[in-house]
Write a protein that binds this ligand. Structure first.
Ligand code: ADE
Length: 117
């Protein structure tokens, strides 16, 4: 079955309790499939948000379908597919910097880890 283009293995979650733990995140989101990573916002601007990345895009879709509006500690979760264009300038900048660092490392060492030097 084909998926709409906005569907993504990465899910952006909002309206989380500020004190949510990564164990709780794995309990809630891991119910829908294996998770590659969970990143909980820990700055003033990102508290209450998280990125949850599934191994399988169909699991991500199932999670968004079932967990949008899910009640956690009297709050209703907002689950959106990750969309880099929706990130703020600061986040876009940090992401671009990290991507450049990875590119530099790949050029220095080779993408397969075999160095020419
Ligand atoms: N910031 C706001 N909305 C977003 C989204 N859908 N994906 C990533 N970052 C976001």
């Amino acid at each position: 079955a084909r998926l709409p283009p906005e569907v993504n293995r990465a899910v952006y979650v909002r309206n989380l309790p500020f004190n949510i733990s990564s164990e709780e995140m794995f309990d809630i989101f891991g119910k829908y499939g294996a998770l590659r990573q969970v990143r909980i916002g820990n700055t003033k601007e990102t508290r209450g948000t998280a990125y949850v990345v599934y191994e399988d895009i169909y699991d991500a879709k199932n999670a968004v379908d079932h967990l949008s509006g899910f009640n956690v500690a009297n709050r209703y979760l907002i689950c959106l597919y990750y969309n880099p264009q929706r990130m703020n300038k600061r986040q876009q900048n940090d992401l671009a910097k990290k991507q450049q660092e990875i590119k530099d490392l790949q050029e220095r060492y080779g993408v397969d880890g075999q160095s020419d030097k």
